[in-house]
Design a protein around this ligand. Structure first.
Ligand code: FE2
Length: 200
């Protein structure tokens, strides 16, 4: 398979005022496109040509840094667009909420830990909710890594590369993370990934 850039599942201006049209024009149309194009060039002639995206990400980790960085970021961004929606945030769906309470104590604690993970990720990277050994965990990774290469299945990720927030929030990464959790997250999509991860 080769990588391709999907359309955003909403208009570029649909996440305002929490994420601007300009941010999505750069982030989706230019940054994500670059990962797709670079990934396709680097995939050619490797042992991973013809494999699924998850197999490419897991297989190239620690073996082919250039391919991994671009394939990893392609995987992360494919989901990132769906982890947000207009008028997001709000109440969590029941099954997901119950699992979060059971694993992490409460929804408020999960939000606090998730924001803290993003704030304390030094440099570029991602904050995550993931499923590991049947439990929901909070984690953070650098650059294009994700829980996929750390023995877990991602169910929610927030991009904390500066390209994701600097136009709208400048250096205020904590404000961006809080707006993401409270106003952007598509919790129904998170629950869908949770259910897929726990069926495996
Ligand atoms: Fe990004």
């Amino acid at each position: 398979m080769s990588f391709s850039l999907p359309n955003l599942p909403y208009a570029h201006d649909a996440l305002q005022p929490y994420m601007s049209k300009e941010t999505l024009e750069y982030h989706h149309d230019k940054h994500h496109l670059a990962y797709v194009n670079n990934g396709n060039n680097l995939l050619k002639g490797t042992e991973w040509e013809g494999k699924s995206l998850e197999e490419i990400v897991k297989g190239s980790f620690g073996k082919n840094a250039g391919l991994f960085n671009n394939a990893g970021q392609h995987y992360n961004h494919l989901h990132f667009w769906h982890w947000m929606k207009p008028s997001g945030g709000g109440k969590l769906p029941g099954k997901l909420e119950a699992a979060i309470v059971s694993s992490l104590g409460s929804v408020d604690k999960m939000k606090e830990d998730f924001i803290q993970a993003g704030v304390t990720q030094f440099g570029s990277g991602w904050a995550w909710l993931a499923v590991k050994d049947g439990k929901i965990i909070v984690s953070k990774t650098q650059n294009g890594e994700s829980p996929l290469v750390h023995g877990a299945m991602p169910i929610l990720g927030c991009d904390v590369w500066e390209h994701s927030y600097y136009i709208d929030y400048r250096n205020r990464r904590p404000d961006y993370l809080k707006a993401f959790v409270d106003h952007l997250v598509n919790w129904a999509y998170v629950e869908q990934m949770f259910e897929a991860a726990t069926k495996k």
